[in-house]
Design a protein around this ligand. Structure first.
Ligand code: NAD
Length: 495
């Protein structure tokens, strides 16, 4: 197992991957794709089985070690949220693949009678997947499952910010998958820029909105479609009529038990009423102490902050003078270990830096309102989040929340779990992203839905052809009107 520094050194020694190399790579993959190799059910199934093997127990320790090296990610979180979720996705894709690939018969209309029609899912071609560092294994392989299932050739560019995982992905995908169709390019901005200069059939990007704009601009040059899996400020609204202990544990699970808050769907901030806030803070303190002890900086169950840049970014958020006196729990830091303890801040002003950008770390501000209904305006005054959570037993409030809050996904009385449901699309809306994936949605994200209409040589209606007579016009109007009687009348010149 290489350490992060060794991986960096190894990467520095590698020959640079430039636009010329990227162009050659795309050319080779395009030729393989054109040979038809990736289209068969057999090829797709064989690659999904190979991925399942890659995720087997034999490599579990290597994957756990890589994520520990990159993020000090607790092994249980790696096994649960990276390995098990991927195994489940592979299993689901293998089970459903034949059905997904089968064309869908659809109804036709009287205007094409007699005819039949179907929607054929065809692979797009050669696709680029650019992934992020926080769930570096999951976010690389989950889209690959969809791309393979849909029959595409794939280039994966893992995040350089998680170098041990990037290196392991390159090694394992090289060993297990068909390298004539699936390739990994490691690297940072230069390598990604070289890849982005090429013409792809789809680009699937996971990361922040700033780089998403670079990706989309590059894609626009070639009219390449994109999926952008981004983030945002995901709120959790907390009512007072709840099982406080359960709610608190579930908020903690979505925040600190997900990579110490470095997760796109972690609750970014809480909104509750002024009256209820002290109770909620007390409950959060009690449960956090149970989970992470009196000195969370020593806890083995918390990921570290990924690097010093992000540590500095989070420190800056905390040091904002608008937040002086607002910390009600935590706030401890250890720069040498890149650790920040679970931190709760109460009555955080909405014009503070912390409330103006995505936190993506272990800081949890609480905003208070007089009435919980006001939370809707607070949320809707910002950009659309990737997720929004509501804790309540009030059915009317649940209904209003679902109707009025626009977010990538909503969860009532829990956090983050919608990610694990493969029958739900996972993706953002507005600034939190474009497109969605998971389960069949991944297959669809990497397929073109080709419309096919079948006709025979019967039923060649004269109405289509000149000369355009009055009778034809009457018949056309009757056809548009839809009534059988009208059509008969028109045919006999009665209308
Ligand atoms: P990151 O730093 O790993 O960057 C993501 C990818 O962009 C990397 O592969 C990187 O090499 C590439 N990149 C960086 N700068 C580039 C440039 N100038 N040109 C081209 N490519 C470049 O990850 P990040 O952006 O810090 O990730 C965190 C963000 O991602 C958060 O906003 C989070 O909410 C979001 N996110 C979203 C999801 C999701 O599924 N929706 C999942 C994880 C993270």
């Amino acid at each position: 197992m290489l350490s992060s520094t060794e991986v960096h050194e190894k990467q520095n020694k590698k020959e640079s991957f430039n636009a010329e190399a990227a162009s050659l790579l795309v050319k080779n993959l395009t030729a393989t794709f054109a040979s038809g190799k990736t289209r068969s059910y057999e090829w797709r199934a064989s690659q999904l089985k190979a991925l399942t093997k890659l995720l087997s127990d034999a490599h579990e320790q290597q994957i756990v070690d890589a994520l520990y090296s990159d993020l000090s990610k607790p092994p249980l979180e790696t096994v649960a949220y990276e390995i098990a979720m991927l195994k489940n996705s592979c299993k689901g894709a293998l089970k459903e693949l034949k059905r997904w690939m089968t064309s869908e018969k659809v109804k036709t209309s009287i205007s094409t009678f007699p005819s039949t029609a179907e929607i054929v899912s065809e692979p797009l071609g050669v696709v680029l997947i650019i992934s992020a560092w926080n769930y570096p294994f999951l976010l690389s392989l989950e889209p690959i499952i969809g791309a393979i299932a849909a029959g595409n050739a794939v280039v994966l560019k893992p995040s350089e910010v998680a170098p041990a995982t990037s290196s392991l992905l390159a090694k394992l995908l090289g060993e297990y998958l068909d390298n004539s169709c699936i390739r990994v390019v490691e690297g940072a901005v230069d390598e990604t820029s070289a890849l982005l200069q090429q013409k792809w059939d789809k680009i699937f990007y996971t990361g922040n909105g700033r780089v998403a704009r670079i990706v989309m601009a590059a894609a626009a040059k070639h009219l390449t479609p994109v999926v952008l899996e981004l983030g945002g400020k995901s709120p959790a609204v907390v009512d007072s009529n709840i099982d406080l202990k359960v709610a608190t544990r579930r908020i903690i699970a979505g925040k600190w038990c997900c990579n110490n808050g470095q997760a796109c769907i972690s609750p970014d901030y809480i909104i509750t009423t002024k009256d209820y806030a002290p109770k909620l803070v007390d409950a959060l303190k009690t449960e956090l102490e149970k989970f992470y002890g009196k000195n969370p900086l020593e806890s083995k169950d918390l990921s570290r902050i990924v690097n010093s840049n992000h540590f500095g970014r989070l420190t800056k958020l905390l040091d904002d003078e608008k937040l002086s006196g607002k910390i009600v729990f935590g706030g401890e830091k250890d720069e040498s270990k890149l650790m920040i303890s679970p931190t709760i801040l109460l009555d955080v002003p909405r014009n503070s830096l912390m409330m103006r950008e995505e936190i993506f770390g272990p800081l949890l501000p609480i905003i208070t309102v007089d009435k919980l209904e006001e939370s809707f305006d607070v949320i809707n005054s910002g950009t659309k989040p990737l997720a929004a959570y509501l804790f309540t037993t009030n059915n009317k409030l649940k209904e209003q929340f679902v109707m009025n809050i626009s977010a990538g996904g909503l969860v009532i009385n829990d956090t983050a779990l919608h990610l694990a449901i493969n029958t739900l699309p996972f993706g953002g809306v507005g600034e939190s992203g474009i497109g969605a994936y998971h389960g069949k949605f991944s297959f669809d994200a990497f397929s073109h839905k080709k419309a096919v209409l079948y006709r025979s040589f019967f039923g060649d209606a004269a109405i289509r052809y000149p000369p355009y007579t009055n009778t034809k016009m009457r018949l056309l109007k009757a056809l548009i009107g839809g009534g059988l009687l009208g059509i008969i009348r028109a045919l006999f010149g009665l209308s």
